[in-house]
Design a protein around this ligand. Structure first.
Ligand SMILES: Cc1cc2nc3c(=O)[nH]c(=O)nc-3n(C[C@H](O)[C@H](O)[C@H](O)COP(=O)(O)O)c2cc1C
Length: 190
């Protein structure tokens, strides 16, 4: 019986490129695979003179006791400098109607510094001063605990110092390179 018949996963490159020269680089292969992993969408922000925001889906919880979260930020991103300067960051978890905000904070053409928030509704986080976007599903404020190197990104581990959530239940999701809506009132049937 072959490996495929036994249900053993075959090597990725073989499956993607059954014949001839590989079409995708290994990195593109990873992107393509990770695109199948549905995530929420957040805007990570840092306050202060270098106030800045950036769309990110690399946000995840790490620990409940003590409460810790992380996000991964490209070392080349302006957000990287902003978090190191502020030594803290805020996270706004976007709702289904906030796709334009996600696009805005992923667009390098937005103004630099505090001016990028002029066209956006936000409030400063009470603990960190990080801009927290109005209309989000939930908000987290963190003090920077550790920075780990992760290839061309840094992993920013944060101590959670404040959390808040709204009553909204329609979430913005990112899947297969596009934005989607998840209605939290509709569950997969058992
Ligand atoms: C849905 C989505 C998720 C993203 N997630 C991340 C992320 O987790 N980390 C990251 O560094 N960039 C991420 N990006 C890319 C940044 O948002 C984008 O490169 C941004 O313009 C960088 O901004 P900056 O250089 O002004 O800080 C994401 C983009 C999109 C559209």
């Amino acid at each position: 019986m072959s490996a495929a018949e036994q249900g053993t996963p075959r090597p990725l490159v073989k499956r993607l490129h059954p014949a001839g020269r590989p079409r995708l680089s290994e990195q593109a292969g990873l992107r393509e695979v990770m695109a199948q992993f549905t995530t929420g969408v957040t805007v990570i922000t840092a306050g202060g003179e270098q106030a800045h925001g950036m769309t990110a889906n690399s946000f995840t919880s790490v620990s409940l006791e003590p409460p810790m979260v992380l996000c991964c930020v490209a070392r080349a991103a302006r957000m990287h400098t902003a978090i190191l300067a502020a030594q803290s960051y805020g996270v706004s978890v976007l709702g289904a109607d906030q796709r334009e905000l996600a696009k805005y904070f992923a667009d390098w053409r937005r103004p630099a510094g505090p001016a990028q928030f002029d066209t956006v509704d936000w409030q400063p986080g009470r603990q960190t001063g990080a801009p927290l976007l109005t209309g989000a599903l939930a908000w987290v404020e963190c003090r920077l605990a550790e920075v780990y190197e992760g290839g061309d990104h840094s992993i920013f581990l944060g101590h959670v110092v404040a959390t808040r959530r709204s009553d909204e239940s329609r979430s913005l999701a990112f899947y297969n390179g596009g934005y989607h809506h998840i209605d939290g009132r509709i569950r997969a049937s058992a």
